[in-house]
Write a protein that binds this ligand. Sequence first.
Ligand code: FAD
Ligand code: NAI
Length: 467
Amino acid sequence: MATYDLVVIGTGPGGYVCAIRAAQLGMKVAVVEKNSTLGGTCLNVGCMPSKALLYSSELFEEAGHSFGKMGIKVSAPTLDLPALMNFKQQGIDGNVKGVEFLMKKNKIDVVSGTGKVLGTGKVEVTGADGKAQTLETKNIVIASGSAVANLKGIEIDEKRIVSSTGALSLEKVPEKLIVVGAGVIGLELGSVWRRLGAQVTVVEFLDRILPGMDGEVAKQFQRMLEKQGMTFKLGAKVTGIDSSGKLLKAQVEPAAGGTAESLEADIVLVAIGRTPYTAGLGLQEAGVTLDERGRVKIDHHFATSVKGVYAIGDVVAGPMLAHKAEDEGVAVAEILAGQAGHVNYDVIPGVVYTTPEVAAVGKTEEELKAAGVNYTVGKFPFTANGRSKVNQTTDGFVKILADAKTDRVLGVHIIGREAGEMIHEACVLMEFGGSAEDLARTCHAHPTRSEAVKEAALAVGKRAIHM
Ligand code: FAD
Ligand code: NAI
């Protein structure tokens, strides 16, 4: 029987990062993975493949629409979808191999199979051949991630009615694509297929897109997506799909009930969220408590109800984001090594990788209002940013929310090209409890889009220069 200091179940960004940090701290570590490749949802069917498709489809659209006005004459680009999918697969393979390399480099044992928690100190692993082995370990970290949430009464076949996984590998550009859910997946993958030629209709239950993001940002962003050609049906739900004919017929009803309309589509993408994945882990038998939403219940040190068993990432509460999972992985490894591992949940950025990108960190205006916080707003549009003007990519703005009395930055929201890169100066500032004045007095290179962040900080004090 193999004996370890730590066995991590799952090799997504939570699990593999936790394993590496634990190995760095001197622990003997094994990871257990039931999938044939390492890297979890993020590397195989999530963050990475979607970003490859977003990148290539963005360039496809630019080549068709923007090159001409810059004086670059090319004939209309044609799509080679198999080659584009191959480009995506190469990216996945490269990253997965990278994780394999990191496991070897850090002397982490990779055990292939489904891990089951037998209680404190024991993990049973059943391989694809049905053979089971037991790993003995001082500590266990559950990092089993999440799975697609299903829409009641609608069966995902990953061919015509697809989840994000199927939508990352369509064999043909759909003429008509219906996206159920105007969340991050719906808008990112909806953008990919619209750019490649699909007519995209997004059906969203709520009366807004991107719930949880700042309301003003969501409203402006919706307008931009509409200008790009996406159609939105807000306050509506899909109640059934008739798949008997050549085209799918989706029944769309007002969220509050009422007369249904029938919308035709080649493909329907169901993107209404994800649920924690705990199947096969034997948690109930082991006595690991779940919360009311089926997530593994943990305390401030990621400890579950069973001694020596911890949990991180999508399978526990909090935003289902790769970097949140990674940071929790590092924190729990440090705690196990006797250090003060910690995650600051107030400063976890969120990015939607569309064009333009949407990025946010900290509180929204709605949250500050609800909490009764007195705040000041500083806003700066990219139309007034020199670099954005010369590149003719002026969609969007930076919005900074600061405490009215102390000037401490409480939230930063950006719509714009490269917003997902720009947000990090706000993250660092907020980690140090910085003020809008601190940001406004920090020298920013010219000409950069990031100068809009500085200008928004100046605008908090009503002294933006270029507006
Ligand atoms: P996962 O990555 O889900 O990994 C869990 C692993 O555990 C899997 O490999 C699974 O096979 C394995 N496992 C489960 N049970 C067992 C068991 N019993 N035994 C052995 N192995 C087991 N997040 C971002 O931050 N940025 C993005 O751009 C982004 N894009 C996304 C795009 C899509 C289409 C999707 C679906 C998600 C995206 N996410 C993104 C979310 C991100 O993928 C997740 O938040 C992240 O992968 C969670 O990491 P994790 O380690 O908790 O779990
Ligand atoms: P989501 O929670 O972001 O959005 C789901 C949307 O579907 C919401 O707007 C919700 O109101 C709506 N909805 C729910 N039920 C519905 C119904 N019956 N009919 C119509 N609309 C309905 O979930 P999504 O987009 O599936 O993404 C899952 C997770 O993956 C998210 O938690 C996200 O954090 C993560 N992710 C992150 C990305 C990023 O960071 N760039 C990219 C993609 C996914």
